[in-house]
Write a protein that binds this ligand. Structure first.
Ligand code: LLP
Length: 424
């Protein structure tokens, strides 16, 4: 469910016409719906009512401060994977006590920062990381609450580039080594074991692999308790899929919550969730303007002003995003099949192949739907294109929550050595 609908012939985000935003901010630009973010956070909280749960929104999906502040106001915590994401979450008002720190490559400086902030939990992914965390914790003088992220060797079934729970993936502690590492954790100074963590992948459309992984994790947690470890928490990661097009039917949060309740029942675990896409994905769109139509012998290219630097998911994962015109086409509007491409000098700068759309004229504005997660966060300034701006709508008002940088700002961190300017 989202709040992007046609009204009076124009696509709106809540009460705001996207034509108005595009005219004001220019394209390309991202637009997010507050009501959709809030609704998604609440649907998840509602589904888990009665379970002891921390919803640690996965900041990597969309880390804009205004998005984080919207979710903080709903009581969400945060799942972070860098010192930068940790500081973003804190700056947006998320208390450290609701923050979990994931990721395979935490540095000593990031560990010290997180310890000083007093975060809820470190999700530790290797023996080396555990030992370094122990050293840093002793130095900082604060115990590190840890869960080991275990690799359950379960295939998530989604796109291979976003599947993380098979034994060949770089993520998590190998299943067979987990118990020995928990035993080592118990001996290490500065380490306080609190749970077990797992995350098997993203855009998962079926609960079966999740259930298989979580059942394994609960069995392990109980065995660890038997060995004297204080395992109070199960962190099940993120990964719940969303509909990107008609016919996609990912499991609803209610079914996901019921499955987790069933798998963890009776053991008094605190459940930690790390949802990213399911909260932010359908809460955002990318607006673009059609520039040219170009006829090739076997296809028609629609060249638009957004590029793979603005939305890389199609180039990186072959991801599908629905494309809707901002002006609602009437019933008799002609349809045409396009390859929709951007202005970047790369052949992978293609958003859709052979996509049938209502016929588009240069100057028409379009929206890429379901672009709220892994959209703006993955954008770059490749080809010296300004970083794409972001807008947040709330009812019938909107604000620019990241503006387009000026050329001076884009080049402001660069420096031409004196020897070059002197020789010039
Ligand atoms: N927790 C951990 C440890 C993760 O690695 C991720 C995502 C999440 C939670 C959140 O997963 P979600 O609920 O959003 O599925 N760029 C890719 C997705 C990469 C996901 C990375 N990890 C895409 O655009 O599809």
């Amino acid at each position: 469910m989202h709040h992007f609908n046609y009204s009076g012939g124009h696509l709106h985000c809540e009460g705001v016409s996207l034509e108005t935003v595009a005219g004001d901010v220019g394209t390309p630009c991202y637009v997010y719906s507050s009501a959709t973010l809030v609704r998604h956070a609440n649907v998840i909280a509602e589904a888990f009512r009665g379970q002891s749960v921390l919803i640690a929104y996965s900041v990597k999906a969309n880390g804009n401060l205004a998005v984080l502040a919207t979710l903080a106001a709903q009581g969400c915590g945060a799942d972070v994977v860098s010192g930068g994401e940790l500081m973003r979450a804190r700056k947006a008002g998320i208390p450290a006590s609701k923050i979990v720190f994931s990721g395979v490559g935490k540095t000593a400086a990031e560990m010290a920062l997180a310890l000083e902030q007093g975060i809820h939990q470190f999700n530790v992914e290797s023996a080396g990381e555990l030992r370094l965390l122990s050293e840093v914790a002793v130095k900082v003088g604060r115990d590190a609450p840890i869960a080991l992220r275990v690799n359950p060797d379960v295939a998530a079934g989604g796109h291979p580039n976003i599947s993380t729970g098979k034994s060949g993936d770089k993520f998590g502690v190998p299943w067979g080594e987990a118990e020995a590492l928990y035993a080592e954790a118990a001996r290490l100074p500065g380490i306080r074991t609190v749970g077990v963590d797992v995350h098997i992948g993203s855009q998962i459309g079926d609960l079966t692999p999740m259930r298989a992984a979580f059942e394994k994790v609960v069995t392990l947690a109980l065995r660890l308790r038997g060995q004297g470890h204080d395992i109070r928490r199960i962190d099940v990661g993120g990964g719940l899929g969303i509909p990107y097009k008609d016919g996609d039917a990912p499991p609803p949060p209610t079914a996901y919550a019921a499955m987790i309740a069933e798998v963890t029942a009776g053991h008094g675990f605190e459940v930690i969730l790390e949802p990213g896409r399911v909260i932010a994905g359908n809460a955002g769109v990318l607006l673009t303007t059609a520039l040219y139509e170009k006829q090739a012998p076997d296809r028609t290219f629609l060249i638009i002003d957004a590029g793979m630097n603005d939305l890389i998911r199609p180039a990186l994962y072959g991801a599908h995003h629905d494309i809707l015109p901002l002006a609602e086409p009437d019933a008799g509007h002609a349809r045409k099949t396009y390859d929709v491409v951007g202005p970047i000098c790369e052949s992978t700068d293609k958003f859709a192949s052979e996509r049938e759309l209502p016929e588009v004229a240069p100057g028409d504005r379009l929206a890429f739907m379901s672009a709220g997660a892994y959209g703006a966060v993955l954008s770059s300034a490749y080809n010296a294109r300004p970083l794409v701006p972001e807008v947040l709508v709330n009812g019938d008002r909107y604000d620019i929550i990241r503006r387009r940088p000026t050329f001076e700002e884009m080049t402001g961190l660069e420096h031409v050595p004196e020897w070059l300017t002197m020789e010039a």
